[in-house]
Design a protein around this ligand. Structure first.
Ligand SMILES: C[S@@+](CC[C@H](N)C(=O)[O-])C[C@H]1O[C@@H](n2cnc3c(N)ncnc32)[C@H](O)[C@@H]1O
Length: 391
């Protein structure tokens, strides 16, 4: 927990579900900075009957001052109103949350602490679930033939120490290991399912020198200035606070080392024939992700993001994965996987009506049609960018 003052949060109380919620960064220097929020919590507690929910799922940082003040209010209230039950919901994505908040249960029997991850990043349930595995596997297969050529232009050499952050199912780390013979390679993700998959593949191939690690990319346990080359592919775009993640990538990179990122701009996916339908659907993909606070239009913003984060010598290039890159059915497989998750899960979760979902699906079908058409062309553009951490 950091002690530098930085307070940027909202406190709300919703009487209909008896839920007090905090969102954002709570690092006050003095209690005065969070006095209003504490007063709101106290008055909320006076109003509720039965169960009082305290939702901290989207608190990204909390220092000791805030933690102590908050727990004091809760412990006092649990004693003065023993008939109430308090359910505190925190996220394990904030590394210390589970440990600290569990003490509350020990202090008061009527306080229950639940650790709940899925709403920390609004899109987390989608990107961490199993349906993403086929998407990631096929995507990496298609992007690798481009990236193996691109990576040396961004400074990757043999014998480096590499970290692949938000590694997904670990296939990129495997490819890096094979092609660039790193001195050391670690791969971190927050999806236990994806890491299980990665470890099983590594075992099948008798690969023992990739360190797969569970962790939160925005608060990593790696020490600073560790790696020559840090990669983070297709992942900044799914964080609602990419700046926090970039700060961590910067921190773990050695001075003089480089951070390499890739991101997409989904509305620029294209195909012929049936271009209009395809374009409509991918413009809607971008809006759908934005609804869940993810920016799949991030690709061209990579240069600015790296410069803003303090990197120098920023290099950027784009490439287009197309149906002509190899077997067009590989391209079609990616689109099928997107259709399943984006139309089959995300649009449904957003509550889109059936006629929207039908049109939405049609654009994916048309993209597949273009990819498999003997005279068709289908593309998926990606931006690769890297920057050097100053010496
Ligand atoms: C779109 S996938 C990209 C995976 C991989 N880099 C690739 O290109 O195949 C995003 C990944 O970020 C991971 N992720 C999401 N939130 C995370 C967090 N807080 N810490 C670490 N990984 C996270 C997800 O589990 C998922 O594997």
């Amino acid at each position: 927990m950091s002690e530098d003052s930085s307070v940027s949060f909202t406190a709300q109380f919703n009487l209909s579900n008896q839920e007090f919620s905090l969102t954002g960064v709570l690092r006050p220097r003095s209690l005065a900075e969070i006095a209003d929020a504490l007063a709101l919590l106290r008055s909320a507690i006076e109003t509720v009957k039965g169960v009082c929910y305290v939702n901290l799922k989207r608190v990204t940082h909390m220092n000791n001052t805030a933690f102590r003040a908050l727990t004091r209010v809760l412990v006092d209230a649990s004693r003065s109103r023993p008939e109430l039950k308090f359910v505190v919901v925190a996220s394990s994505v904030v590394a210390w949350a589970s440990r600290q908040f569990q003490h509350l249960c020990d202090l008061s029997p009527n306080i229950v602490v639940e650790i709940y991850d899925s709403a920390f990043y609004p899109g987390q349930t989608f990107v961490e679930n199993q349906s993403f595995i086929p998407i990631l596997r096929t995507q990496t297969k298609m992007t690798w033939r481009h990236e193996r050529e691109i990576l040396p232009r961004h400074g990757l050499r043999e014998g480096m120490s590499i970290a692949d952050i938000c590694c997904g199912i670990g296939d990129f780390a495997m490819l890096l290991r094979k092609e660039f013979a790193p001195a050391k390679i670690v791969a971190l993700d927050h999806s236990a399912l994806s890491l299980d998959y990665a470890r099983a593949v590594a075992e099948d191939f008798d690969v023992r020198d990739i360190e797969y690690t569970y962790g939160d990319a925005s608060q990593m346990l790696f020490e600073s200035d560790q790696f020559d080359f840090v990669t983070c592919r297709h992942s900044l775009q799914i964080f609602d606070r990419p700046d926090l993640l970039l700060r961590e990538l910067y921190r773990i990179c050695k001075p003089g080392g480089r951070v390499y990122i890739t991101n997409e701009k989904n509305s620029h996916c294209l195909g012929e024939p049936r271009s209009d339908s395809i374009q409509w659907t991918y413009t809607e993909v971008a809006k759908l992700f934005a609804y869940f606070d993810m920016d799949v239009e991030m690709g061209p913003k990579g240069r600015r993001l790296l410069l803003d984060a303090g990197f120098t010598d920023v290099k950027m290039e784009s490439f287009m994965v197309t149906n002509l890159d190899g077997d067009p059915r590989d391209f079609a497989d990616i689109i099928t996987a997107w259709e399943n998750v984006y139309a089959g899960e995300m649009a449904v979760k957003r509550g889109d009506p059936p006629d929207f979902i039908e049109r939405f699906r049609q654009g994916f079908e048309d993209h597949i049609f273009a990819a498999l058409h003997p005279r068709g062309y289908a593309g998926w553009p990606i931006w690769a960018a890297s920057g050097q951490k100053p010496l």
